[in-house]
Design a protein around this ligand. Sequence first.
Ligand SMILES: [Zn+2]
Ligand SMILES: [Zn+2]
Length: 363
Amino acid sequence: MRALVVNPPTSGLRMEQVPDPTPGPDEVKVRVLEGGICGTDREIVAGRYGSPPPGRKDLVLGHENFGKVVEVGRSVQDLRVGDEVVATVRRGCGVCRFCRTQRSDFCETGMFTERGIKGRDGYFAEFYVDRPEYLVRIPRVHRLTAVLLEPLSVAEKAVQQARRVLDRTEGPPGTIAGRPRTALVVGTGALGMLSVFVLADEGFEVTAVDTYVGKCPASSVLSTVGVRYRDASAGLSVLGTERFDLILEATGSAALDFELATLLAPNGCLLLLGLPADDHRPFPVPGADLVRRLVLQNQAIVGSVNASRRYFAQGLRHLTLFRRRWGTVAEQLVTERLPWTDFASVVNGRRPAGIKWVLTMGG
Ligand SMILES: [Zn+2]
Ligand SMILES: [Zn+2]
């Protein structure tokens, strides 16, 4: 079968013939219909991230996925041929207490693998096989947004983590002394926008910022969901003296993260999702000021990674709610679908500004 293959840490991506996978008795074989491209894929293609399976030099790329079951192992009960599914990404280490209880997103050993990223082949191929416990069945109504479920699961976990931190003050759920909680979402890529939807749906008063020069590709979707947009291309001073209960960062700039900490309201939470490039360039941080504010104002800086199956299920519930409230907003996050043979222009960033590019593998 054909697959999109990388050789980390060498840069580059190419289409190659790889062995067609055969499902074991407890596995299903899935024909990949669509794959979403994100910043992590671009980092891997650039040779800055990712590792092949043990004993190999090459890795099949791709973690954001949507496909159709075409073959079912004889002891599989939960899935049938024809079911449409999204696969989770992380596979637990099998050793730590979290991985042994299906919470590999909290793995303590770091020995987990991730399909298409770390030590395990991904989904940018004609087929893959996996066990049903890693597959989430997708109702037909969500076919056009299913490929967003993986990044949505990341947003789901992040918002849940943030709520737990904010709930330390034990106010009435979702409000602080009668006013809605405020959130600032930094970055209007797919992860930022999906976080905006979750937060808006959960009653936060949301502001979104990014640094697009020119028209922000997400601006019409933001106005549909009633979220305020600020152009921060000239800096965060555009927010004036506003402070936020929750700041959710989805850009991957470490310097920006420290600047964002100064915009936290008392008892606020800065939640970091973006992964900064590993460029080893140190920068100055006003550390004493930062720690004083964190201590005196009960603030928290929290990181959040990946997502267990439960957050995929929660994401599916939210896709239904988004559709009910705002129609096709989630579908509008897909800027373009193009045949996977055209992968080069997408991974090399040679397309006009947009939110999410999706490769179609056929079917
Ligand atoms: Zn991704
Ligand atoms: Zn583990």
